[in-house]
Design a binder for this molecule. Structure first.
Ligand SMILES: [Cu+2]
Length: 186
C-alpha cells in the first residue's frame, strides 16, 4: 500500500524533473541551411531544458543581446562557444539570442531567438479520485440480535457499508456455532 503510494507520487512528480534537449536545427544542426525562426516556433523551451548546438568548424555559437542579434553584431558576445558541440542549459525564463559570429553567417540566417518559459507549475489539477462509495447510501438497519453473546463487529479497515451487514451475519452464525459447540461439550 505504502509502496504503491510512493510509486504514484514518483509517477506524478516525474514530469517536473524531466528536461528536454532541443537540438538546434534538428538533423541539420547549426548551419546556413536552416530557418531558425521557423525551427524555434516548433519548439517549446522551458527552464531546465537544454539547447544543443551541433556545427562544423567554420561555425561558432555566440550568446548575444537582442540588439546584437538584430544587427548581427558579433563584437560583444555575452558568451562564446566553439568546438562543434555545445550544450547550453536554459536556466532562466525570458528571451535568449544566438548568432554565428563567422562573417556573413548571421546575415545569411545563422541567428536564433528563443523565449524560455518558466518551469512548468505543479501538475495541473488533482489526480483522478479513487472510486469512493456514495456517501448517501443507506446504511443497514441495526442488527436485532436475540443472542446476548453476539460480539460487536470488529472495526473493518475496508469500511464498506455493503460488507457490514454480511460481516455481521457471519459473526452471528459464528457465535451460534460457538454456542452450539459449547453446549455439546458441556
Ligand atoms: Cu556560421
Amino acid at each position: 500500500m505504502a509502496l504503491a503510494a510512493a510509486l504514484l507520487i514518483l509517477l506524478l512528480a516525474s514530469p517536473a524533473v524531466y528536461a528536454a534537449d532541443h537540438t538546434v536545427g534538428d538533423s541539420n544542426g547549426w548551419s546556413q541551411s536552416v530557418d531558425y525562426t521557423t525551427w524555434a516556433k516548433s519548439q517549446t523551451f522551458t527552464v531546465g531544458d537544454n539547447l544543443v548546438f551541433n556545427y562544423g568548424s567554420t561555425h561558432s555559437v555566440d550568446v548575444v543581446s537582442q540588439s546584437d542579434y538584430t544587427n548581427c553584431n558579433p563584437s560583444s558576445p555575452i558568451k562564446s562557444y566553439t568546438g562543434g558541440s555545445t550544450t547550453i542549459s536554459l536556466t532562466t525564463a525570458g528571451p535568449m539570442y544566438f548568432i554565428c559570429p563567422t562573417p556573413g553567417h548571421c546575415q545569411g540566417g545563422m541567428k536564433l531567438a528563443i523565449t524560455v518559459g518558466a518551469s512548468s507549475p505543479s501538475p495541473g489539477g488533482t489526480p483522478p479520485a479513487t472510486s469512493s462509495p456514495p456517501s448517501g447510501s443507506s446504511s443497514p438497519p441495526p442488527p436485532t440480535s436475540t443472542t446476548t453473546s453476539s460480539p460487536p463487529p470488529p472495526p473493518s479497515s475496508s469500511g464498506a457499508t455493503g460488507d457490514f451487514g454480511n460481516l455481521n451475519v457471519l459473526m452471528l452464525v459464528l457465535a451460534l456455532v460457538l454456542v452450539g459447540l459449547h453446549a455439546c461439550m458441556g
